[in-house]
Write a protein that binds this ligand. Structure first.
Ligand code: GLN
Length: 187
């Protein structure tokens, strides 16, 4: 199994390390020609969604990635990656890739609680550790999308068919189960 990890900025190296620990092959997507390789899934990491969205357009990656996802390629979006995939960003900012029917609220935990660790039940996995860094939460899951985890009444993970998103950073906890879950979505 080979996974392309969007490596424009943010926490991509940690995802590559986790995927390799799960026994998958991983490579960096930095430019358009990287998308010509054969691969089975995409990871959109945490970072800064406005910067990532801008780079996706400047490097002409958006269209191809959007069409791969629409054709059913499994994608994991974490933190900023969740925001990049959301078809609505609360507050009216324009969506980026926007393939997933969720509303993402950015920097949703306020200044004091900008970064924290929690534990929560993740449907289909069990209780897992969750690291939040200036994280969004999902204010609404729309038709076709299902909430998979909540912390303090806020939705922090969801799935819509081939798309999986988490508001937290599963690549930073050392717990492989979210990545294993993602790899299990690849048939
Ligand atoms: N605050 C960032 C954003 O709004 C997300 C933070 C993260 O990915 N750790 O894009």
């Amino acid at each position: 199994m080979r996974i392309g990890v969007l490596a424009l900025q943010g926490a991509f190296a940690e995802h590559i390390a986790m995927l390799e620990r799960c026994g998958a092959e991983a490579f960096e997507i930095r430019q358009k020609k990287d998308l010509d390789r054969n691969f089975d899934g995409i990871v959109i990491p945490g970072g800064e969604s406005t910067v990532m969205g801008k780079l996706l357009n400047e490097l002409d990656l958006s269209e191809k990635i959007t069409s791969l996802i629409r054709q059913g390629m499994p994608v994991l979006g974490t933190c900023a990656g969740l925001i990049v995939l959301a078809n609505e960003i609360v507050g009216g900012e324009a969506p980026h890739i926007g393939t997933m029917n969720i509303a993402a609220k950015r920097n949703a935990y306020g200044r004091q609680l900008g970064s924290f660790n929690a534990e929560g039940e993740f449907k289909g996995i069990g209780v897992i550790p969750m690291t939040f860094i200036r994280a969004p939460y999902i204010e609404r899951v729309g038709e076709g999308a299902e909430a998979l985890a909540s912390v303090d009444g806020k939705i922090v993970a969801a799935r819509q068919d081939n798309q999986l998103v988490t508001a937290f950073h599963p690549e930073l906890t050392g717990d492989l189960r979210v990545h294993e879950y993602f790899l299990s979505m690849i048939k």
